[in-house]
Design a protein around this ligand. Sequence first.
Ligand SMILES: C[S@@+](CC[C@H](N)C(=O)[O-])C[C@H]1O[C@@H](n2cnc3c(N)ncnc32)[C@H](O)[C@@H]1O
Length: 287
Amino acid sequence: MHGFNSSYYRDSYVNRRIEIRMKKSARKTPCEYLNFLKDSREELQELVDCLGVNVTSFFRDKKPFDVMKKLVFPVIAEYAAKNGGNPVKIWSAACATGEEPYSIAISAVESVGLEIKSGLKVQITATDIDEKALLAAAKGEYTFKNMGGMDEKLIKRYFKHIGDKYVVNEKIKNMVAFSKLDIISGIQQDHFDLISCRNMLIYINMGLQKELFEKFHSALNPDGFLIIGKTEVLPFGMHRNFKTIDAGERIYQKIGQEVLWGGLIIKKSAYSWLTMTRGSEKCSARY
Ligand SMILES: C[S@@+](CC[C@H](N)C(=O)[O-])C[C@H]1O[C@@H](n2cnc3c(N)ncnc32)[C@H](O)[C@@H]1O
């Protein structure tokens, strides 16, 4: 398929999506549909979008955001403050129509007032393969139905109610930059403090899932955090690289690099900090 590798998705999943598009485009057989697909760029994009399934919601599953507020953002804020106020970098991979990165932005502000209190800048890179979803996300306009389940106070604080729309306020919008990225063939190259990739991994095969976790690992700062969907699991062998912060909410932390040298344990940690331990003696320094 042009510019898109469908071979990594589970077969049963791809077959179901093709059947849906066949019905929608009134093509009776796979052959008929394939011929149609060859001639129609629009249908090709429809199929790619359909493979995406961008079901999402604000504060989806709620609890992971509570854990992030309590256990993730305060740690990130502390590291960033030690590091002289470098921006906090977050990647929301497979962000669909924006509810997830905006929820992360709101949680960051609510948690430790990352931007407001500490003066730290929070930059959220939000990516998805689905162009239509990204356009909607960048607009930041939602309906009453989309706001379902969100705390009234948060709606008042972070949205403008204009006509029948709820529009994300400028402060939250400015924290998030949307761009198209197929995470199967590419990766955001940066040093992230937090990567969120939720409810996308379930569609792809185990082999590729492992590759993606390796990519996430290398895109994270030492001690950076990773959050995945509730029904997704860290592949076998990856527990070596990630410490579990909350097993139920699927929140993990990259294990900083440790080396043994002349009886010392040297741990390379986030933001250029080295911790050296020998027995009960411990010392930290910048490098
Ligand atoms: C079910 S939504 C999850 C949205 C959000 N993360 C959440 O948990 O609510 C899955 C998203 O993955 C995106 N997606 C699927 N394959 C992708 C790929 N190869 N690269 C980037 N995004 C992809 C879809 O377009 C869709 O928006």
